[in-house]
Design a binder for this molecule. Structure first.
Ligand SMILES: O=C(O)[C@H](O)[C@@H](O)[C@H](O)[C@H](O)COP(=O)(O)O
Length: 261
């Protein structure tokens, strides 16, 4: 069977250090920002949680601060923990404190989950409202749609993977990975705390023009090896993209990939 990774132009780059990975991620993001801002006047960027946000700090360097057209960026989350937006577990808070508050992206262009649902811990309503938010932005042509499917197509998603092979809040052995109809779904028993989360579904994740999956450290090496061995029990093994799905790995995370893959 031709693997999903082969069919969908997945590539990997292994960096000697996290610093070099972080610099390359900044260059990759800045180049796509220039392309999409020029082509359509918007750049839709989807963030996840985890270590990714600290690696994004490279974009705070003066050369990027001055050259990027921040006012054209629109920011979304591929997954979010359903906790108050000022809670330390919130992916919104993580990104806001570590990155978004330090760049001049208009606050109206930043789309966290509904704050009341977040405060109440209502994951189902949070997912419904986030899906409605995406549809409104599709209607305003801020988010493109994938071919004729009507599914939202984001310009760039910056993703991470857990040691169990989860991406976004799609966990191994949980039914959310199979959800095909909705754009956004939810989980109330996430194996990684906190338990209540919302997440983009796989079709939405894979419609993105560019998916950059950044993974570092030895703890992820087994999962990375399984992904490149096409073990589809791991949600991250299903990652594709419309134009390019690219894995940025440090040497430790890449250390167990079988030779030749
Ligand atoms: O809400 C979350 O838990 C994150 O969005 C999650 O999906 C994350 O991206 C991975 O678990 C990787 O996390 P690390 O980068 O911390 O390994």
């Amino acid at each position: 069977m031709a693997s999903v990774l082969e069919k969908t132009k997945s590539k990997k780059i292994v960096f000697p250090t996290k610093k070099e990975l972080s610099e390359a991620m900044a260059t990759y993001t800045a180049n796509l920002s220039a392309k999409f801002c020029k082509e359509r006047g918007y750049f839709t960027v989807v963030l996840s949680g985890g270590d990714l946000i600290s690696w994004l700090s490279e974009l705070l360097e003066p050369k990027y601060q001055e050259s990027i057209e921040w006012s054209k960026w629109h920011i979304f989350w591929v997954d979010e923990r359903v906790v108050p937006l000022d809670h330390e577990d919130s992916n919104y808070k993580l990104a806001f404190d570590g990155f978004l508050s330090k760049v001049p992206i208009p606050i109206a262009n930043i789309y966290p989950i509904d704050k009341d649902c977040a405060a109440l811990g209502d994951a189902k309503s949070a997912a419904l409202l986030y899906e409605e938010c995406l549809k409104r932005l599709v209607n305003r042509n801020i988010i493109r749609t994938y071919k004729s499917s009507g599914f939202p197509q984001f310009d760039l998603q910056l993703l991470g993977m857990g040691p169990d092979g989860h991406m976004a809040s799609l966990f191994p052995g949980h039914y959310q990975i199979k959800e095909k109809a909705n754009l956004v779904t939810y989980i109330t028993d996430s194996p990684k705390p906190p338990p209540k989360r919302i997440t983009f579904t796989l079709p939405v994740i894979n419609c993105a023009s560019y998916n950059l999956m950044a993974v570092c450290d030895e703890a992820q090496a087994d999962a990375v090896a399984k992904v490149f061995n096409h073990n589809f029990d791991l949600p991250a093994a299903w990652l594709t993209a419309d134009v390019e799905a690219i894995w940025f790995l440090d040497q430790a995370a890449a250390s167990k990939i079988p030779k030749g893959l």
